[in-house]
Design a protein around this ligand. Structure first.
Ligand SMILES: [Zn+2]
Ligand SMILES: [Zn+2]
Length: 779
């Protein structure tokens, strides 16, 4: 054996010894680790505590907070929301090694054990912040066993959460007496301010109270609190934790003996979100300054109309950049029980009056069958028994779509609804999120477009945002950082532009007194007044905002003085004038697909060489119809224009060709009756024997399949009226094949029915006829 070998053996033996030693330590560590893993699986950390729901404005202001299900004010606290002084005071006071230990502080445990052994009592001092969190999550009696459990929990917490999260939990769960938990709750209830706006004295107080929360109640034992506060202030002074001058000021700070209510700002908005959105902290899009402006303006406007018997209103303001809700006033005064202030006027189902007309016209522009200058007959019309009237009970004759929309005429709107198809339009509205309309679907009729359906301010305002956003409707945003959802193209860009263009004109009957609004930004708006004068609406938009306004009474009582134009429009004007005051709003640009073309001024259709005046109209490329004017026609007449000829009876001389306006018979009759300057052609040659290819008389009353409900033996009469073209002189009326009366075209005649089914025939002097069948029920 060489020396080298011996040396090697010794090395080997020593190596073994070392391994043996290590193995022992490794075994211990390993056992502890296994034990921990097993315990961790058997006793997982309890779930986080439920926090109070908080609603915050866009600028972070707490709008409202709500009790948890166990009736606690437990507002979740993030470190960023708390004044650094408060965090510093808490750490210094409770656990200055917090950021350095693994949940337990061995030094203080050893110290505590020593003290417990020497004094024979259980001391508190050994708890780290992490251990205190463990105890607050699972409150237990103070025994040695529970202390061990707490240590185990503390390690679990440290493994699962960051230091920041643990400190956040601690600050959120600290008890402050009664049902107040966490520094944020305490900060609002004791000092009426968020925890980042606390003074040094207040911060130190909030660090002190949890030591004995049931005794140290700010509204009861202020003396005790001041004593405790000052004890710590002096201690911090010795330790030089805070600047000495600040601590001296803190010593002098008086303490109010008061508790504040948790905030409840924008109450309808807050409750709406509380009930409809998940999550404990909701950072909303509400702009507090716009909200408060809107609240004030709404209240002022209610005062203005209160004497008219109108007690409430609602306002919804949407930012058109991203369809976010910036102001939401569900009623004029949430706390006014007399006017049912707690009813939310933004979600309440009401009749929309005429507001949906804007959507109908936009829909029809896209449909291709309508252009702004196209003409409609605004004359008494019977739509299968439905005979709408205009708001002012007048009729305007031959009017353009633009005029009809601006002045909210009812008959053209119903006519348009018939044209686009009631069901098509209902399906369209359903797709735009009109829930009540979807529910009522099967029961809705043509009156839908005049308000015969249920909607709410939110749905109506939302559909108007599409006009401001190139025809796309986006879901309304209530919460920040939500992913921008995809908008739905409900109107074309061109059609949206047309509506904006038409409804922003100044020549309208529903305009408020403009002298008060010299700085008003440009915007478009539509009004509405529901049946029975129960609801006044005005919904406006420009590139910046869409604002919806409702006024009325929550008890459903109407007011003879209520109208969208007189009551709601001034409110809408006030809102735009304040919220969008002096804004450099750049109006919508004319879309590429929108072209202008020349149309006949009297028909609104593409002009022919017979049309005597032309105007410009918009048309949507590849979409709008290309119909040519059908009312200006050349007609053969005698030289003094008193007799009309057809090719069959045209004489060989003494005739000429003149252009006349030939309206449809109904309109022609109405124009004549209302003494309009009618350029109809003269009567047809009485000696003409030619057969007429055109239709016979058109019966205007009664309408086909109409059901009359008449009182028995009351001798109530039924109106008979028919229109014919200009060649017809006489109508002959028959009921169930029996001759009744003779009349002129357009003349009103009456007869008393005595049968249940009436087949009514109108024969003209050219031998053509028109027929309708109606039924009569007697009661
Ligand atoms: Zn024409
Ligand atoms: Zn003829």
């Amino acid at each position: 054996m060489t020396l080298k070998q011996v040396q090697g053996d010794i090395n080997l033996i020593m190596h073994f010894e070392l391994i043996k030693k290590y193995a022992y330590a490794v075994k211990i560590v390993f056992t502890i680790l296994i034990a921990f893993i097993v315990l961790d699986v058997l006793f997982p950390l309890p779930g986080k505590k439920e926090f109070s729901k908080e609603i915050h404005a866009k600028d972070g202001t707490l709008l409202s907070a709500y009790l948890t299900t166990d009736d606690k004010w437990r507002l979740r606290t993030e470190l960023e929301e708390v004044s650094p002084e408060l965090i510093k005071a808490v750490l210094e006071k409770e656990d200055s090694w917090f950021y350095w230990h693994p949940g337990i502080n061995p030094v203080s445990i050893v110290r505590a054990i020593y003290r417990n052994v020497t004094n024979g009592e259980i001391q508190v001092g050994a708890s780290t912040i992490t251990m205190q969190v463990a105890r607050m999550l699972e409150p237990k009696k103070r025994t040695y066993l529970n202390k061990l459990a707490e240590i185990f929990r503390a390690v679990q917490l440290e493994i699962k959460y960051s230091k920041k999260e643990i400190l956040g939990m601690y600050l959120s769960l600290l008890p402050f007496g009664g049902n107040i938990e966490g520094v944020k709750s305490a900060s609002y209830i004791y000092f009426n301010r968020p925890p980042d706006k606390l003074s040094l004295a207040q911060s130190i107080m909030l660090a002190v109270i949890p030591n004995d929360p049931n005794t140290l109640r700010l509204d009861r034992s202020n003396k005790e609190i001041i004593k405790n506060r000052n004890y710590w202030i002096n201690k911090f002074k010795q330790q030089r934790i805070f600047p000495s001058a600040d601590l001296n000021d803190a010593l002098d700070e008086p303490v109010e003996k008061k508790r504040y209510a948790v905030p409840l700002l924008a109450p309808h908005f807050s409750y709406y979100l509380k009930d409809n959105l998940k999550g404990d902290i909701l950072n909303t899009t509400l702009d507090l300054s716009i909200q408060q402006t809107a609240e004030n303006i709404l209240l002022q406007n209610i005062k203005r109309v209160f004497y008219k018997g109108i007690t409430n209103g609602a306002v919804l303001v949407i930012d058109n950049k991203n369809s976010s809700v910036v102001a939401y006033c569900g009623s004029a005064d949430f706390y006014d029980e007399g006017s049912f202030g707690q009813v939310n006027g933004i979600t309440a189902i009401r009749s929309p009056g005429s507001t949906l007309k804007a959507a109908l016209y936009a829909y029809a522009f896209d449909d291709g069958n309508l252009t702004p200058q196209m003409k409609f007959a605004d004359i008494p019309t019977d739509f299968h028994g439905y005979q709408p009237e205009n708001y002012d009970l007048k009729f305007y004759g031959n009017v353009s779509a633009e005029f009809a929309l601006v002045n909210s005429l009812n008959i053209p709107a119903v006519r348009l609804l018939v044209q686009v198809g009631l069901n098509n339009f209902i399906n369209f509205l359903e797709g735009c999120g009109f829930n009540q309309i979807q529910k009522q679907k099967s029961k809705l009729g043509l009156s839908l477009i005049l308000g015969g359906c249920g909607t709410n301010l939110q749905e109506l305002t939302q559909i108007f945002t599409a006009f401001a956003r190139e025809g796309k409707m986006y879901p309304l945003h209530f919460v920040q950082d939500e992913e921008e959802q995809k908008g739905e193209q409900i109107f074309s860009v061109s059609s949206s532009y047309l509506i904006a263009n038409i409804l922003s004109g100044t020549s309208r009957s529903d305009i408020a007194d403009l002298s008060n609004y010299s700085t008003l930004p440009k915007f478009a708006w539509k009004t509405g007044t529901s049946y029975g004068k129960r609801d006044a609406w005005a919904i406006g938009f420009n590139p910046n905002y869409t604002i919806g306004v409702w006024m009325g009474n929550f008890n459903g009582v109407g007011s003879p003085n209520l109208s969208g134009a007189e009551v709601a429009v001034p409110l809408l004007f006030d809102l735009f004038n304040t919220i969008d005051y002096n804004s450099d709003v750049k109006w919508f640009e004319v879309p590429e697909k929108l072209i202008t073309r020349e149309v006949c001024s009297e028909s609104g259709l593409i002009s022919t060489l017979y049309c005597n005046s032309v105007i410009h109209d918009f048309a949507i490329k590849d979409k709008s119809h290309n119909e040519v004017c059908n009312i200006h026609k050349p007609v053969y007449v005698n030289l003094d224009e008193t007799v009309q000829y057809c090719t069959a009876c045209l004489p060989s001389s003494d005739y000429k060709k003149s252009v006349y306006t030939v309206y449809e018979p109904e309109l022609s009759v109405w124009l004549l009756q209302n003494k309009y300057n009618d350029q109809r052609p003269p009567a047809h040659n009485p000696d003409c024997t030619a057969k007429f290819a055109e239709d016979g008389p058109k019966i205007l009353s009664p309408s086909e399949d109409y059901e009359y409900f008449l009182e028995k033996d009351s001798e109530q009469e039924i109106l008979l009226m028919a229109a014919s073209d200009s060649r017809v002189k006489t109508h002959y009326w028959y009921v169930n094949e029996k001759f009744v009366k003779k009349s002129k075209p357009g003349e009103k005649v009456f007869f008393i029915p005595n049968e249940k089914v009436l087949k009514i025939t109108c024969l003209d002097d050219k031998g053509r006829d028109g027929r309708v069948k109606v039924s009569v029920k007697y009661y």
